[in-house]
Ligand binder design. Structure first.
Ligand code: FAD
Length: 570
């Protein structure tokens, strides 16, 4: 095979030895036996599982060694890749194709030439210069040593707690330790969950008015309610202002004037691309602050590639430049850079932002564009629907509803994005939708998707099919919809049973249970739009069909009472 004869004696230096860097190195070796590959990493470890760090903090992953996916020895022994840990790339000299390296332990500086250079330096944790930010007891969760330091602090107990123990003389008197987590993204939430598991009273402070910024607020609201019920106290809409020590413990002060006492503080304020080397070397930096690369991960210098959290890539749905700090794209990009260096025509397709987080046995996942993003872009060629399909056949024990929001193009039905929260089966639905989205699928394709089914796994009409069917009903005009936040002056018709109204009713709505609708059509006006309500949208759809076929102007309120609650509409 021609591709297997490309064994040029290229010398490739890779900066950063974790997700993007390590996958680039290993792929390159598989493609080119003769390449000289040097991977430099300023930290002590290569190829470690940073995604597992919050679970090591929580003790779910007990042994630190479990986080070390492959060691420097693995790379040397199995792949003939020279790995230098504690080795920081401090300067690129593009004109001479040389990189300056510094041994972090000894300070010794050396130079290494390259034919191709790959940058995968990742991102840096945001750490604003707030008063008291360097006090002991304030941690971030980025590296193995970070997680080790948190565990040591937790296991040793804060100085304040140690004092209590000595004074009281017995462990039972120990007050529950208090943690404050700053930031409601992935890392903050995962760490907060793990600290709850370790018995901490956890307060999470978030500047935005919602958790998990990529989600639309009504879907984030489900997460907020759920984590609140599992012991995370949320302080949304409030930014951290500073830290101080008082009574032997820490205090976190917020912009609203609140003070939260803490025995440990976790900073999870987000990340920004590490562009230090790239900027100094004069490489183009994009509008979002990441290293600008083309589809082949090449920077503005054709001999320098960049991958992972440090780069800007195109959003697959919106076409905007975006920063995406996720392991999947970093690994794929590393592989693509290796392919291109080895002479293969691979290209990165753009990011869809496909993400998932597990919290207290539930999961929240999403892919593609959110409604927030579409609105920000002034895009009005989209429609949305909410569904609450079961994770598997309702008659098989353990089925749980999956609240799901699906966004699609009004004009051609193309899938634009999806978000789901639930106890079971969230991952496979969003993964299936992510694949569909990347293939440019429409909601009509989702209707036709043939997916695995047995009662314990799904339904004959899987939630993915169901999403397509509901969306297609909307676009075909079989089920005109209206949303709670856009109701006009139509008549509200509630088709639920009387006992359901006793739990929650809609003020001013006319009540005709679905089973009586055909015999009571005469009670409804023909000259007014009728907006039909039920619990989750299913019965309202049936009622809408009855009404439309009898000449009424009817619409289903998407997602019924469940979406009303999620949207926080009184
Ligand atoms: P990294 O994997 O961060 O590697 C960059 C490496 O480069 C670092 O080790 C750094 O020390 C080294 N380096 C930087 N500058 C230099 C230099 N000048 N010289 C030498 N070495 C240098 N993503 C998911 O998709 N799912 C998850 O569940 C998930 N959970 C996460 C949990 C945590 C706590 C963290 C921190 C991240 C998580 N991520 C997750 C994100 C994911 O880990 C990153 O997107 C991914 O690791 C990025 O890969 P990268 O190669 O760009 O950077």
């Amino acid at each position: 095979m021609e591709a297997n004869r490309n064994n040029a004696k290229t010398k490739v230096v890779i900066v950063g030895g974790v997700a993007g860097g390590a996958s680039c190195a290993a792929r390159l070796r598989r493609l080119n036996e003769n390449a000289e590959i040097i991977m430099v990493e300023k930290g002590p470890y290569v190829s470690y599982a940073n995604c597992g760090l919050p679970y090591h903090v929580g003790g779910v992953i007990e042994k630190e060694s479990s986080l070390l996916v492959a060691t420097a020895d693995t790379f040397r022994g199995m792949f003939n890749i020279e790995v230098r840990t504690h080795c920081e790339a401090v300067r690129i000299l593009p004109d001479t194709r040389t990189v300056e390296l510094r041994n972090v332990l000894t300070g010794e500086v050396s130079q290494e030439s390259y034919d191709k250079l790959v940058l995968s330096p990742g991102a840096q944790s945001v750490r604003p210069p707030l008063p008291g930010i360097d006090l002991p007891g304030i941690f971030q969760v980025r590296t193995v040593p970070d997680a080790r330091a948190i565990r040591e602090w937790v296991e040793r107990g804060s100085p304040f707690l140690a004092g209590m123990d000595r004074y009281c003389g017995f462990q039972a008197s120990r007050p529950k330790t208090r943690a404050v987590v700053i930031g409601g993204g992935f890392i903050g939430l995962e760490t907060a969950e793990n600290l709850v598991h370790r018995g901490f009273e956890v307060t999470l402070v978030e500047m935005l008015d919602q958790l998990l910024a990529p989600l639309d607020p009504e879907m984030a609201g489900i997460v907020e309610d759920y984590v609140g019920r599992h012991g995370i106290r949320l302080a949304l809409n409030d930014g951290v202002a500073g830290f101080q020590q008082a009574n032997g413990a820490l205090e976190v002060m917020t912009k609203s004037g609140q003070t939260y006492p803490a025995d440990i503080v976790i900073l999870a304020l987000g990340v920004r691309p590490d562009t230090t080397l790239a900027r100094a070397a004069g490489l183009e930096i994009g509008q979002r602050g990441g290293i600008r690369v083309d589809e082949q991960m090449r920077t503005s210098n054709p001999d320098i590639f960049a991958v992972g959290d440090a780069v800007e890539v195109k959003d697959f749905v919106t076409g905007e430049w975006s920063l995406i700090a996720l392991a999947g794209p970093a690994n794929r990009q590393g592989r693509i850079a290796a392919d291109v260096i080895a002479g293969r025509p691979s290209r990165f397709r753009g990011t869809q932002g496909t993400s998932i987080i597990g919290l207290f046995g539930a999961a929240a996942a999403w892919v593609g564009a959110s409604e927030k993003t579409l609105k920000r872009l002034g895009d009005d060629d989209y429609e949305k629907t909410y569904l609450f399909a079961n994770s598997h056949a309702g008659y098989y024990p353990g089925a749980k509803p999956i609240p799901m929001k699906v966004l699609f193009r009004k004009s051609d039905g193309r899938l634009l994005g999806a978000q789901a929260v639930g106890m079971d089966g969230v991952d496979k639905r969003i993964s299936a939708l992510a694949m569909a989205l990347q293939m440019g699928a429409t909601i009509y394709d989702l209707e036709e998707a043939e997916l695995c089914y047995a009662p314990q796994f799904g339904s004959a009409k899987d939630p993915v099919n169901f999403a397509g069917m509901v969306a297609a009903d909307i676009l075909r005009g079989d089920m005109p919809v209206v949303h709670w936040d856009a109701l006009g002056d139509g008549l509200l018709l509630d088709v639920r049973e009387a006992f359901e109204l006793a739990v929650e009713s809609v003020p001013g709505a006319t009540h005709i249970p679905l089973g009586q609708l055909r015999s009571r059509l005469g009670e409804l006006p023909r000259d007014r739009e009728i907006c039909v309500i039920c619990r989750s949208g299913g019965r309202a759809y049936y009622a809408t069909r009855v009404l439309l076929q009898n000449g009424y102007n009817a619409r289903t309120i998407a997602g019924g009472m469940l979406s009303k609650v999620a949207l926080g509409i009184e």
